[in-house]
Design a binder for this molecule. Structure first.
Ligand SMILES: Cc1ncc(COP(=O)(O)O)c(C=O)c1O
Length: 419
């Protein structure tokens, strides 16, 4: 009798007074060790703080890691997309197809270069651009497509590239979450014309801020370098500015930190992948939990987040209550940051004119985003559950406790709903 009572109390959700399934600290992010310290001090003591040896070394190392010929660093992932769009020839009035399930930068970069973002829906299994909807959104004004490799899960690059070739479009991969992800052995960012990455502080490879564009196209790399470097051309005199550029240069301090971070990335990617398997195996048969479909083409995956979908009907619990209960178990899940991008004021109010932050071309063309609907994205925004990547750096036994936390909540849905 006593042991039965103990069982019951152990299995009670933390939200209803039971013990937490994860009564420990998850790994913190970002991480650093002596290698960051040593490389930073090297820069500090050298007095060469600006755009030198370490930036070059990082660019070479990152290009090699991702499998591209060139890498051009810049201030962040947003400016990386902007310069890539300019580099591939997107100009005012062009249309660029983007997904709505992403960070604002994917679409705002399009507006910043004077073009018009056109939203195409995502696939329910990959959460990335749906090639069928992209095909429907192509017009004579379409110039480029920006697939986003959400959480390190890659978009269907084979089909998107086929479409792009047929319609003579440039593919700029927003690989801001996909450091190390591979599609049939080829690195994210190297399958389109170019790819961009972010090194902002939440990212799996970080220097607090930073960005890079990778490409095999030397002319494009030189052009983007010029944009980052006040419009100077390779080999031109210091005060000759042949292009309209900006100052988007990465500092030596950032590159020092990134070199150290890159040193441990391969091991971290392997650990996140192995731990993601633990989560998948533990959750696969759980009613109400929908894992993303397997991606056999993906030969490596960065896991910026582990995302699954919660079917409220089958689970018998609203997502918000499910998340609250899993958080109470000590697992930091969330509904994620994304809502359909076109619902943000910057787009939803574009028809009102430049007072709302967008000048040409959106305002003058009277573009009205209020009628845009991407049903899959809207559904995913209502049922996605995100687990941050730092959780995937814990030991396998802790990941097993993460599974227990989710299972305990799912199995106690009726009690949690009633409370
Ligand atoms: C998908 C995506 N694209 C672009 C960016 C922009 O990167 P940054 O914050 O470095 O400007 C981010 C940043 O979160 C992102 O998640």
């Amino acid at each position: 009798m006593l042991s039965e009572a103990r069982m019951e109390s152990k299995d009670r959700p933390a939200l209803l007074g039971g013990p937490r399934a994860c009564d420990f600290e998850w790994p913190r992010w970002p991480v650093h060790d002596e290698s960051e310290r040593r490389l930073l001090l090297e820069v500090l003591d050298s007095g060469k703080w600006w755009f030198g040896e370490k930036v070059r070394a990082f660019e070479a190392a990152y290009a090699a890691f991702q499998g591209s010929r060139f890498a051009v660093t810049c201030t962040n992932g947003t400016t990386a997309i902007e310069m890539a769009l300019r580099g591939v020839g997107v100009v005012e009035g062009d249309e660029v197809i983007v997904p709505p399930y992403t960070f604002i930068a994917t679409a705002s970069a399009v507006v910043t270069v004077g073009a018009v973002p056109v939203f195409a829906d995502i696939q329910p299994d990959t959460l990335c651009l749906d090639p069928d909807d992209v095909a429907r959104k192509i017009t004579p004004r379409t110039r480029a497509i920006i697939p986003v490799h959400v959480a390190g899960r890659m978009a269907d690059m084979a089909r998107l590239n086929t479409l792009a070739t047929r319609h003579r479009l440039a593919v700029v991969e927003d690989a801001a979450h996909a450091w190390g992800s591979q599609w049939q052995g080829r690195g994210a960012g190297t399958l389109g014309r170019c790819g961009t990455f972010s090194f902002q502080v939440s990212k799996n490879l970080t220097a607090g801020e930073g960005g890079v564009m990778v490409t095999d196209d030397e002319e494009l790399a030189d052009l983007c370098r010029s944009y980052t470097h006040c419009g100077r051309r390779k080999g031109s005199a210091w005060y000759d500015h042949d292009y309209l550029g900006s100052n988007l240069r990465m500092t030596e301090f950032q590159a020092a930190v990134l070199l150290a971070q890159l040193g441990r990335l391969p091991e971290q990617v392997a650990r996140r992948e192995a731990n993601a398997q633990v989560l998948e195996a533990g959750l696969r048969d759980l009613p109400g939990i929908r894992l993303l479909a397997p991606a056999p083409e993906m030969t490596r995956r960065s896991y910026h987040m582990f995302i699954f979908r919660a079917d409220e009907q089958e689970l018998g619990l609203p997502r918000a209550r499910f998340i609250e209960a899993v958080q109470a178990e000590g697992l930091p899940v969330s509904e994620g940051w994304y809502r359909p991008l076109y619902r943000n004021g910057v787009f939803a109010n574009a028809h009102l004119g430049p007072a709302h932050g967008i000048t040409a071309p959106l305002a003058s063309a009277a573009i009205d985003y209020r009628g845009v609907r991407c049903p899959v994205c809207e559904a995913v925004c209502k049922d996605a559950v995100w687990i941050p990547h730092a959780v995937l750096l814990a030991g396998a036994e802790r990941l097993a406790k993460a599974v227990s936390a989710i299972r305990k909540v799912a199995q106690n849905a009726p009690a949690l709903r009633a409370d």
